[in-house]
Write a protein that binds this ligand. Structure first.
Ligand code: CS2
Ligand code: MN
Length: 359
């Protein structure tokens, strides 16, 4: 496995490249041009800037997370072709700097959803938390009003332009069914995958987080049958998965180690983190340790190792520990601790006794 670390860019991240450099076994940064609106073509000079910075630290920039998909593509509007064309041009540009994987998602309107970004855990740290009833009972128009009156109310991953007119977006999705979303995703993939293949870049869709419909919006990347269906939409090795254990794992019916064993040859990018799931469906993010959450992280890493996984791995989110002030889920300390835990499991399986100081 190739360990990488998500970095939001200079001035946009509390974590520095110097700090990332000192985390054991990190070979690359996972990056994106987060200020470029979904649907716009990425400027080459900006891409080259990232390459230059990463090179100066000896990091690869093989994985982009994400080139976001414009809402019109998800909605299947006639305007989608313009955005698909610009997506193709961005793929070709990213290939020029050696990108190997592009992560994206096909969640309508929102990216990941939580109800509390700083839930206090018993050890005094805080973490991202989802209270199922709160979302199920929330009238989406209430949320729209809340966001409209409080522009700061956003979440990492929520693109500002999507939040600008939520009322219009909710309206647009009123009659969009899961089957509509499937056919719009197929249309997108049929256009994009040949370009990805030509540029030797794997497209790796991130599952829905949480893996169920929120506010009545359709969500389809939610469980193993849908992952099977997805891989068949365009059955091509460049049409791959970002298998996120924490996103899919929030549904206790999703057996993550079994999913890894089934899909490992079509997983280009692994997000490995743990979640603690309550009886009532709430979940809180925990340390990476198996014994701290509901997922068997040891068996998940074992499944990747058994499958001879050579793709990219990141520790996804971490708790906020030692009073670290950071982007929710994206502090330095707990993601670094998570990485050493993942390496510990992997090295044990590899019987990794390499001694760099031996003659
Ligand atoms: C990420 C997602 O922060 C996260 O949980 O895994 O926001 C992911 O970057 C997007 O859904 C992928 O496009
Ligand atoms: Mn993830």
């Amino acid at each position: 496995m190739k360990m990488v670390f998500r970095w939001y860019g200079k001035g946009n991240d509390t974590v520095t490249l110097e700090q990332i450099k000192q985390i054991p076994g990190v070979s690359g940064i996972v990056w994106a041009l987060h200020d470029i609106p979904a649907g716009d073509e990425w400027p080459m000079e900006r891409i080259l800037e990232v390459k230059k910075t990463a090179d100066s630290y000896g990091f690869n920039i093989d994985v982009v997370e994400s080139v976001n998909v414009h809402e019109d593509i998800k909605l299947g509007l006639s305007t989608r072709d313009v955005y698909i064309e610009s997506y193709k041009k961005t793929i070709a540009k990213l290939a020029k700097v050696g990108v190997k994987v592009i992560c994206y998602n096909f969640m309508p309107v929102f990216d990941w959803m939580r109800t509390d970004l700083a839930k206090r855990l018993e050890d005094g740290s805080t973490a991202l938390f989802y209270e199922k009833a709160k979302i199920n009972d929330m009238d989406p128009t209430e949320l729209v009003k809340k966001i409209a009156s409080n522009p700061d109310l956003t979440m990492p991953g929520w693109e500002p332009e999507r939040l600008k007119d939520l009322t219009k977006l909710f309206q647009a999705y009123k009659n969009v069914t899961e089957e509509d979303l499937w056919s719009n995703l197929k249309y997108f993939l049929e256009q994009i995958i040949p370009v990805a293949e030509l540029n030797d870049i794997k497209m790796a869709i991130h599952p829905d987080d949480p893996p169920w419909s929120v506010f009545g919006l359709p969500r389809i990347m939610t469980h193993k049958e849908n992952l099977r269906r997805f891989l068949k939409l365009v059955d091509n090795p460049y049409n791959d998965l970002t298998l996120c254990s924490g996103a899919l794992g929030a549904d206790p019916n999703n057996d993550i180690p079994a999913m890894v064993r089934e899909f490992v040859d079509r997983i280009a990018f692994a997000h490995i983190r743990n979640v603690g799931i309550s009886e009532n469906g709430d979940f809180v993010e925990t340390s990476h340790r198996t014994c701290d959450g509901s997922l068997d992280i040891v068996d998940i890493v074992k499944a990747y190792h058994e499958g001879g996984f050579t793709g990219y791995v990141r520790p996804d989110h971490g708790r906020h520990i030692w009073n670290e002030k950071c982007r929710p889920g994206y502090g330095l300390y707990d993601r670094a601790l998570g990485i050493t835990y993942l390496w510990g499991i992997w090295d044990t399986l590899e019987k990794n006794r390499r001694n760099p100081y031996s003659a």
